[in-house]
Write a protein that binds this ligand. Structure first.
Ligand code: UGA
Length: 430
């Protein structure tokens, strides 16, 4: 095996790229990580990690010797036969995925015609993209490049475990040999490998995310009905989950899903369907329910406080979920702007995301701890279920707040304990 065959390249060292590169190094591969952001690459060379992901700093340190960080695409292609693309594909205003970064990579590939390479798509790209890229590669007379779709199923906060212990590895290729080479990279991982064609692999990724998002919107609507009829959605979800065909996962009712994946991928799948002439009715409802879910919290606040003008609301948690500093499409952002638009003052505390929040939630007073956030507030809303919120300092909070009102947007607290401490408690559907 040549030096080149043993090395793996990663283009785009964002969240997915860095986790993928580090985990491939942990599996024993030498990895060349490339990003156009020179500052980021310089920081990574110094061991500084630009994202918050539990376990990543330690794993990167352990495997540092097998990882090269560079801004040079040539260095990647000179040294690696298999090259992953992990650039981001944010949504455009129409809901389509923006593929400009992907095509920027394709159009700047160094002259490769005498050499064979395998480009592996990790980024989530609309169904049909692989076929388009293959034609673009042929047009560039870079025909010795094979293309493989290998979607990622990493959750922020548990990404390393998701990579090392996946439920499945999906590999879509036209040329079985190229697919086998990519599959071999995961040889040490004990998981089913599903080999298929490229569009099917691309669709598995979208369908999986859209189904999980549908589960969340479904249980959120069940929660809303539970509120009307006096049932408890937590118990309902547990009762449903005991049916093995349903399962317990993704049945936590709350103020809706956020993050860089679900909102974007659900919108993109709806758009992919629409562009092909099919109206995906179910996904339209999934998106709408998710939007309305945030508005319901505002209504709950109004029910207890009347007009929100000049009221102070404390948000506990800003990140789109715990164990991440990611604020993309976080429910907190929508909620904060609705409250501000209603004339309320908004204060917020998050254990990790505060340094990143100033731009995302303008007009919100960012606080260093729970007590500072709730001081002088008329209500506290639990937005993100950070472990530290499981044991809220209820006694001290009650002394500092104007009104003892807690809205638990994640059904995370023990309602009885909160009520016993003298608060009015409202969850979502319980
Ligand atoms: C999601 C998928 O879970 C991953 O499999 C996928 O690889 C990733 O998107 C991606 O496409 O890259 P992630 O966005 O990190 O991962 O977060 P999740 O843990 O799936 O949570 C998404 C949102 O749903 C969060 O806002 C969370 O609070 C919400 N959620 C989740 C609920 O409201 N209820 C639940 O029961 C579960």
């Amino acid at each position: 095996m040549t030096r080149k065959e043993r090395r793996v390249g990663i283009i785009g060292i964002g969240y997915v790229g860095l986790v993928t590169g580090t985990c491939l190094a942990e599996l024993g591969h030498s990895v060349v990580c490339m990003d156009i952001d020179a500052e980021k690459i310089a920081a990574l060379r110094e061991g500084e990690i630009p994202i918050y992901e539990p376990g990543l700093p330690e794993l990167l340190k352990q495997n540092r010797e097998r990882m090269i960080f560079t801004t040079s695409l040539e260095e990647v292609f000179d040294n690696c036969e298999i090259v992953f693309i992990a650039v981001d594909t944010p949504p455009t205003f129409t809901g389509d995925a923006d593929l400009s970064r992907v095509f920027q990579v394709i159009s700047s590939l160094p002259g490769l015609s005498s050499d064979s390479h395998i480009l592996v798509m990790k980024s989530t790209v609309p169904v049909g993209t692989g076929t388009k890229i293959s034609s673009e590669l042929a047009r560039q007379e870079a025909g010795s490049i094979d293309y493989v779709s290998n979607p990622e199923f990493l959750r922020e906060g548990t990404a390393i475990d998701d990579f090392m212990n996946p439920d499945r590895i999906v590999i879509g290729s036209r040329n079985a040999g190229a697919g086998d080479k990519v599959a071999a990279l995961y040889g040490k991982i004990d998981a089913p490998i599903l080999k298929t064609n490229i569009p099917t692999a691309e669709m598995i990724k979208y369908a999986s995310n859209a189904f999980l998002a549908t589960k969340i919107s479904f249980i959120n609507e069940i929660a809303n009905v539970c509120e009307e009829i006096g049932a408890d959605v937590s118990v309902v979800a547990n009762g449903m989950g005991l049916d093995q065909r349903i399962g317990h996962h993704f049945l936590n009712a709350g103020i809706g899903f956020g993050g860089s994946c679900f909102p974007k991928d659900v919108a993109a799948l709806k758009q992919i369907a629409g562009n092909s002439g099919y109206h995906f009715q179910l996904l339209t409802a999934v998106i709408e329910v998710n939007e309305l879910q945030k508005r319901r919290v505002v209504n709950k606040l109004k029910k207890h406080l009347g007009s929100l003008t000049d009221k102070t609301i404390a948000l506990l948690g800003l990140a789109f979920k715990p164990d991440t500093n990611d604020l993309r499409e976080a429910s907190s952002i929508v909620l904060a702007s609705r409250l501000l638009a209603d004339g309320a003052y908004v204060k917020a505390y998050d254990p990790v995301a505060i340094p990143y929040a100033a731009k995302a939630v303008r007009g919100v007073l960012l606080c260093d701890d729970i007590l500072a956030a709730v001081e002088g507030s008329d209500a506290a809303v639990l937005v993100t279920e950070w472990a530290e919120f499981a044991e809220l300092p209820l006694e001290q909070m009650k002394k500092l707040m104007n009104h003892p009102l807690i809205i638990d947007g994640r059904n995370f607290l023990d309602p009885q304990q909160v009520r016993d401490a003298g608060f009015t408690y409202e969850g979502i559907g319980r």
